[in-house]
Design a protein around this ligand. Structure first.
Ligand SMILES: Cc1cc2nc3c(=O)[nH]c(=O)nc-3n(C[C@H](O)[C@H](O)[C@H](O)COP(=O)(O)O)c2cc1C
Length: 469
């Protein structure tokens, strides 16, 4: 693994994601989240500006935990309206050649056959530049509106996800031999039937009895990302992930998560460096420290919607924070007042900043910008210093760079910060010989996953499926 920092832009195709309420800033481009010209403009900007790729979060369903209604989320365009990121990354692929594209899909909402077809299509379309952020999803409303009733419990969702992976590896890795498409006009054979085989997956949750729908794409299996931090989530990441997304305000907390993640990889029989760890961060950069501080105050904080932030955070936690007095410091004893898991919130926020008295209002102010990662404000030199410090303390391989003020935040990162990071040798252009996302991310040659990863094991079960690549 090379030690250059990986930089991904963190996006969600919705007006309010990591900058809640900032859509009201007249300079914001948040309303263009689903427009083709915006997708094209952004893709070109990120590629030319030196980003490795873009990561699209996605969570179908409405955010209706806060006050038990969807109104506060709708008022700030939080998660609704939201465009489907799949066609957006297809458009981005069309106007770029090197930008890698990671997109979120849930193992709880779709069938593995359908997901494998979509991802296989995108991987081919993009020439091997697709990654999949595997989520098990937590919004009941997503399940409800997709006709599934209530979501299964947390650990059951991970059990289902394990089976899901087995099924998609069957489609991507073992159903088709590398040379199954012969396109022989003389014999009139497009696909040699002897070189394909049924997926023959018959599990508790899914069945794929027939041949997989897509022929091998450049990477076969897309680059696999995951973001769970529970024990079960970590075990899943240890087995499958090539990239792990982390989110915490404090580098020591992130460092602990990285250590746990590397241990999970080892426990799954993989190398601790078989996955890269990427932390969420927001960089508000301007030519001088004073200008950056003013921009942050006047262009970001002045527009933040604290109620919107509480609506988003309530949905993430599954706890209605409106039930609490906005100015009452959170105490563990509140757990006895009928609000479940409050101890968890208190723990998270106390660790974030032990000096601060956390009230629901303070949480709203804190999470409105940046989505829970650090917000680093300053000149390119100041921000680069903090990035060096953070990388060292947290032990991460790179960052998911939030875009709280679309049209402004990432434009400044491209214009001011990346040139400074490049000057310091912290980022560099990946080896031009690396043609795929997997190679660029891992810093190693080879577009396909290798043993002992379970995808490679699935392919190895049929030697002809692994005859090249
Ligand atoms: C940086 C980051 C990005 C995430 N992106 C998504 C997402 O796009 N969609 C989603 O449903 N969940 C997303 N999640 C939630 C995780 O997939 C996961 O469900 C959550 O961290 C809880 O997992 P755990 O119970 O294993 O800790 C994200 C989490 C983090 C930390």
């Amino acid at each position: 693994m090379s030690d250059r920092l990986r930089l991904f832009a963190l996006k969600q195709a919705t007006p309010g994601h990591t900058g809640i309420g900032l859509w009201r800033n007249p300079r914001s481009q948040a309303h263009r989240y689903g427009d083709l010209d915006y997708a094209i403009e952004l893709a070109r900007q990120l590629e030319d500006g030196g980003f490795d790729g873009v990561f699209f979060a996605d969570a179908p369903g409405v955010l209706d935990v806060y006050q038990g209604r969807v109104d506060p989320a709708l008022r700030d365009g939080l998660g609704t309206p939201a465009a489907d990121p799949i066609p957006i990354v297809a458009a981005m692929a069309a106007v770029t050649t090197r930008l890698d594209l990671a997109v979120t899909m849930s193992t709880s909402y779709v069938q593995p056959y359908a997901l494998a077809r979509t991802m296989g299509t995108l991987d081919r379309l993009s020439g091997g530049r697709i990654g999949w952020n595997i989520v098990t999803s937590a919004l009941d409303s997503g399940a409800r509106n997709l006709g599934l009733g209530a979501l299964p419990a947390h650990d059951v969702r991970y059990d289902i996800a394990e089976e899901f992976m087995e099924a998609v590896y069957g489609v991507w890795e073992s159903s088709w031999d590398e040379d199954a498409v012969v396109r022989d006009t003389h014999s009139g054979v497009y696909v040699d039937p002897a070189r394909v085989r049924p997926v023959a997956h018959a599990g508790r949750a899914f069945r794929i009895p027939d041949v997989g729908p897509v022929e091998p794409s450049p990477q076969r299996t897309p680059v696999l990302f995951q973001a769970g931090s529970s024990e079960r989530g970590l075990r899943f990441a240890g087995r499958h992930a090539e990239g792990v997304f982390l989110s915490a305000h404090d580098p020591a907390l992130v460092a602990r998560q990285v250590q746990r993640g590397r241990k999970a990889l080892t426990e799954a029989g993989r190398s601790p460096t078989d996955a890269v760890f990427l932390a969420n961060a927001t960089f508000v950069v301007a030519p001088t420290d004073a200008e950056a501080a003013r921009t942050y105050r006047e262009e970001y904080l002045a527009y933040a919607s604290h109620e919107g932030a509480l609506a988003r955070y309530s949905a993430l936690l599954g706890i209605d924070l409106s039930q609490l007095d906005p100015d009452e410091p959170l105490k563990a004893e509140a757990a006895n007042g009928g609000v479940p898991a409050i101890q968890g919130i208190v723990d998270v926020f106390t660790r974030l900043d032990p000096e601060c008295v956390w009230t629901p209002r303070a949480i709203g102010e804190f999470v409105a910008i940046g989505g829970g990662g650090p917000v680093i404000v300053g000149s390119p030199g100041t921000v680069a210093d903090r990035i060096e410090e953070w990388t060292h303390l947290a032990g991460v391989d790179g960052f998911n760079v939030a875009d709280p003020l679309p049209g402004v935040t990432l434009t400044a990162v491209c214009a001011h910060l990346i040139p400074e990071l490049r000057r310091r040798g912290l980022v560099s252009t990946p080896d031009p010989g690396f043609g795929t996302f997997r190679e660029r991310l891992s810093g190693r040659r080879g577009a396909r996953l290798r043993a002992p990863h379970p995808a490679a094991v699935a392919r190895g079960a049929h030697p002809m499926a692994s005859s090249s690549g």
